[in-house]
Design a protein around this ligand. Structure first.
Ligand SMILES: [Zn+2]
Length: 414
């Protein structure tokens, strides 16, 4: 009797724990570090993290674990989008990202408090969609409330106090239509962010602005230079100062491509990212707007320059993170989730290898955002954010779309 009770008690104690352990066996692993794929790997996940990872023959699968044979499948890290947008009503947006395999995104405009609350919930392990990091506020052209350098510094203090993960400045005259932040103002913002130990980001378009903000100590250019080809001196400065670059090729393409009615508008992989009503608008109003856009030639050229500059940066060894500018104003039609996959294809068109693209959304993106202790690559101890793919993304980066299962914090996301 007593031993039966002890047995039942032990079972009660053991079962909730055992139920949380999942083992993926016999997979081919592309771990995000850039090392060649490893065949016949087992990954054991427990309590949101990778508990063990190694050759299947040597990796112990705990008794009671749920075992999933991933033979013939490919496991890659979850996609980290280092430049995205999540506006009001963030939950469905984060869910959409996750359904496309984007397990972490950033939000880079002036963001609602809800995003900070969600981020805090996620820190406690509640994951109903992609993990999100926010800039909380972005410094743009003239703002009557933030004029003096003291006000700029006070605003940085407020961003940090209210849960902003990064500090961002926006430097763009949009072809001479807007006044830009002054150098002095940017310098004060960068300096104050450094005092708080925050990673700094800059939206740039022109090479001259990129050079200025790099000299002021920015950590990340969240767009590539798009007005002209970059020079060797600038590339050397980026390397010396350890500045990372996010090339948002998909954004550049989406500024004009809808006028051309690309075939992918009817691809189910794109269609699942927007409602039938939104698709109808895209094929009519948006198409007409872009066809008649006076900036069309400039936008097409911006994509081509971005591709050239991206290839130069990669070849020189500058750290590149995947980012897309997806989300934000609905009328941009920057479709969250789809954009990240199309971005990968554009990066390959620009001359990157599929392995370089995979690194850009895993190891590099995590390092750029300062979250590489927990995220990015797949190894024992890291967060269990990963994708099981039906086909090999190293053969064709479009195979990143062949997602069989998404694991977010060690749990199947669907
Ligand atoms: Zn953006």
């Amino acid at each position: 009797m007593r031993s039966t009770l002890i047995f039942v008690f032990a079972l009660l104690l053991a079962s909730p724990v055992a139920a949380q352990i999942t083992a993926l066996t016999n997979a081919t692993l592309i771990d995000g570090t850039g090392t060649p794929p490893q065949r016949d790997v087992t990954i054991v996940m427990e309590a949101g993290r990778i508990r063990a990872l190694g050759p299947s023959a040597q990796t112990v699968v705990p008794a009671g674990a749920q075992v999933i044979n991933a033979s013939g499948k490919f496991i890659v890290p979850g996609i980290i989008n280092a430049h995205g947008h999540v506006g009001a009503n963030p939950e469905p947006q984060l869910r959409q990202y996750a359904l496309y395999g984007v397990t972490t995104t950033t939000s880079m405009a002036t963001d609602p408090d809800e995003i900070v609350q969600l981020h805090e919930e996620q820190q406690r392990g509640v994951l109903r969609g992609a993990r999100v990091l926010t800039v909380k506020h972005r410094f743009m052209g003239p703002d009557p409330k933030i004029v003096t350098l003291e006000q700029a510094r006070a605003k940085v203090d407020e961003i940090v106090a209210t849960g902003g993960n990064f500090v961002k400045v926006w430097l763009d005259s949009q072809g001479g239509k807007r006044a830009k932040l002054t150098r002095e103002f940017c310098a004060a913002v960068m300096d104050q962010a450094r005092k708080h130990g925050r990673i700094t980001m800059a939206h740039v378009y022109e090479l001259a602005d990129a050079k200025m903000i790099v000299d002021e100590g920015v950590n990340i250019l969240v767009h590539n230079v798009r007005d002209q080809e970059i020079d060797a001196g600038f590339i050397a400065t980026l390397k010396r100062r350890n500045v990372s670059v996010i090339s948002t090729l998909m954004r550049e393409e989406a500024m004009f491509v809808y006028a051309d009615a690309p075939t992918w508008l009817d691809d189910p992989f794109f269609r699942k990212g927007l409602s039938a009503e939104r698709l109808a608008l895209l094929k009519t109003n948006k198409r007409e707007e872009q066809a008649g856009d006076p900036e069309r030639a400039r936008n097409i050229r911006a994509l081509e320059i971005d591709k050239l500059n991206l290839k130069k940066l990669v070849d020189a060894g500058v750290r590149i993170a995947l980012g897309t500018d997806s989300g934000g104003d609905l009328n941009r039609f920057f479709i969250q989730g789809f954009f990240e996959h199309r971005q990968m294809e554009l990066m390959v068109q620009a001359g990157l290898t599929p392995m370089q693209v995979i690194q850009s959304f895993s190891k590099n993106a995590a390092e750029v955002l300062g979250i590489d202790h927990d995220f990015g690559t797949l190894a024992a101890g890291k967060a269990a954010d990963l994708l099981i793919l039906n086909s090999n993304p190293l053969e064709n980066i479009s195979n990143m779309r062949a997602i069989q299962t998404i694991y977010l914090g060690g749990k199947r996301f669907e």
